[in-house]
Design a protein around this ligand. Structure first.
Ligand code: NDP
Length: 241
């Protein structure tokens, strides 16, 4: 996939799927700015790994739910890259709460992180986007299906699909593509309880959880010029669940 020389912003690159996306794009020759919220060993190791990969890479602390942080993040993209060929809105949070006990603050935290942040980032970055730019929003397969205890999360991820469909129509005439990648259950550094793992294995026809690189490769395709006619689409990456 041709992404060499592309200037890319990936949110939430310190762990999990975002880390695989950021490192995969950098290894494929893109220049990558990525962000995280919390200082951790994972951030230090990401900085070290990116240093070993040729290209202009930067890891920045920026909370995507904070307007000032987003403004500073996009400023850094402008100063360093002058343009953005791609944005990957990957940062997100989840919680499992019965709807009856779901507090409005928790609703807002999850919707802000998974949906509003993506809208805010694309809006702030509009002057940097142009003909050939690609926005990839990381949604979730479960948004289209529904699942107990995650009404807030699935509402936010479904909103991401609506946002992407409308922006595809509004920004398409400027040559900007917007798509969603909707992962099924993916194995990250986070512990998956054995019982949950077993349940997933029976639910997923391929009999296993997905790997982070299996999401990263699809994101990389959508960033690449080989996906130049794909716009407003949601690609499920879920082992056939
Ligand atoms: P992780 O929790 O493993 O990693 C999330 C990353 O996003 C971390 O780097 C985290 O940094 C960062 N992040 C979270 N909130 C913010 C914020 N407000 N500002 C900046 N960075 C932030 O998540 P996953 O890798 O599991 O998930 C990545 C995406 O994929 C999410 O959008 C998720 O909803 C989606 N997804 C994941 C699935 C899975 O099975 N794992 C399935 C379907 C969808 P920090 O350490 O600072 O919090």
């Amino acid at each position: 996939m041709h992404v060499a020389g592309k200037k890319v912003l990936v949110t939430g690159g310190s762990r999990g799927i975002g880390r695989a996306i950021a490192l995969g794009l950098a290894r494929a020759g893109a220049d990558v700015i990525t962000c995280y919220r919390t200082e951790s060993e994972a951030v230090a190791s990401l900085v070290a790994e990116l240093k070993e990969i040729p290209g202009d890479h930067q890891v920045i602390r920026a909370d995507v739910t904070n307007a000032d942080d987003v403004a500073a993040l996009i400023d850094e993209c402008r100063l360093r890259f002058t343009r953005l060929d791609a944005i990957v809105n990957n940062a997100g949070v989840i919680s499992h709460i019965p709807f009856a006990q779901l507090e409005i603050d928790e609703w807002r935290r999850v919707v802000d992180s998974n949906l509003t942040a993506a809208a805010r980032i694309v809006q702030a970055a509009l002057p940097l986007l142009g003909e050939g730019s690609s926005v990839v929003n990381v949604g979730s397969r479960v948004a289209a299906v529904g699942i107990p205890l995650r009404a807030h999360y699935t509402a936010a991820k479904s909103g991401l699909v609506g946002l992407s469909r409308s922006l595809a129509k509004e920004l398409g005439p400027r040559g900007i593509r917007i798509n969603v990648v909707a992962p099924g259950p993916i194995q990250t550094e986070a512990e998956t309880p054995p019982a949950v793992l077993e349940r997933y294995k029976t639910m997923i026809p391929l009999g296993r959880l997905g790997r982070t690189d299996e999401i990263a490769s699809v994101v990389q395709f959508l960033v690449s010029d080989q996906a130049s006619f794909i716009n407003g689409e949601t690609i499920n990456v879920d082992g056939g669940i």
